[in-house]
Design a protein around this ligand. Structure first.
Ligand SMILES: NC(=O)c1ccc[n+]([C@@H]2O[C@H](COP(=O)([O-])OP(=O)(O)OC[C@H]3O[C@@H](n4cnc5c(N)ncnc54)[C@H](OP(=O)(O)O)[C@@H]3O)[C@@H](O)[C@H]2O)c1
Length: 258
């Protein structure tokens, strides 16, 4: 009888291992390219279960190719501005503990909007920047917080930027909407950490450095390789403890000034 029970237990454990449900799990927004895609690659290599979300999964060919090599990369539709869609995904994964919720997706400055002065500011772009960069991450955090609370690591991470810092941001009249929306994200997360701290969840804002995720950024002197930035961020993330709740840190683990 003892052996029979043990056999059942092993079959059950095998079933769990097959679905990857026993693995540490991360959910990443904007995982079809750039830093998000590299996180998928490096966490998959560590044998994590990766819920890799993208607003256009059909076009995410690199992500699809990666998922073809690892059954524990699960590609899901998630547009951070589609709040009913976010709730639907949270409902689908309601029984899944999520160790790291990585709020990475963002609307960066484009060459058309980056250098605009006051007279040329486009407030449709401003609204969209706040929807994607500030409100979207908070909505995803709201929807998936129970999953994070149910996990081992309990980390909710916002990919911020030095552009959201009064001190570290560039001292020029440029990137208005990007800077303002990342500063708003920082204040949202700063406020959030007073709540997460009471539940054992660690909320941290990250600055990945200047990373060459597109040809324009690659031209900047000192731009990091995407793989190097993510490797260093993972070292930082590995070392996070509840004492880091509310911190804004860069890829070297150094505290960013507000
Ligand atoms: N690269 C840097 O030097 C740098 C520096 C500081 C901070 N950061 C921050 O690091 C993060 C990643 O940067 P990156 O350079 O990898 O950016 P990226 O290459 O521009 O990629 C942005 C990602 O966000 C997605 N996205 C945009 N709007 C979305 C929406 N409404 N819903 C869901 N996903 C959406 C994009 O999807 P589509 O492909 O569908 O557009 C893409 O996957 C961002 O938060 C960025 O602000 C980057």
């Amino acid at each position: 009888m003892r052996y029979l029970l043990l056999g059942f237990a092993m079959v059950a454990a095998g079933a769990v291992a097959e679905t990857g449900a026993d693995k540490p799990t991360v959910l990443i927004t904007g995982s079809n390219r750039g830093i998000g895609l590299e996180f998928v690659r490096q966490l998959s290599a560590r044998d994590w279960r990766v819920i890799a979300t993208a607003r256009n999964p059909e076009a995410a060919t690199e992500l699809q190719a990666l998922a073809g090599t690892d059954p524990d990369i699960l590609i899901e539709y998630l547009d951070v501005t589609d709040h009913p869609g976010i709730d639907a995904l949270a409902k689908k994964y309601r029984d899944q503990a999520i160790d790291i919720l990585l709020l990475n997706a963002a609307m960066g400055p484009t060459s058309q909007t980056a250098g605009r002065r006051l007279a040329k500011l486009d407030f449709d772009v401003a609204r969209q920047s706040f929807e994607v960069n500030s409100i979207g991450p908070m909505k995803v955090a709201q929807a998936f917080m129970p999953n994070v609370e149910a996990s081992q690591k309990k980390l909710v991470l916002a990919m911020s930027s030095d552009s959201g810092s009064f001190v570290a941001g560039s001292k020029v009249a440029a990137l208005y909407h990007y800077k303002a929306s990342k500063a708003a994200l920082n204040m949202y997360f700063h406020t959030l950490h007073f709540e997460t701290g009471r539940k054992g969840v660690t909320a941290v804002m990250l600055h990945p450095g200047m990373v060459g995720t597109n040809p324009q950024l690659m031209r900047f002197p000192g731009a990091l390789k995407t793989s190097d930035s993510v490797a260093q961020l993972l070292v930082v993330i590995d070392g996070l403890t509840p004492a880091d709740n509310g911190r804004f840190v860069d890829y070297r683990g150094e505290t960013m000034p507000w």
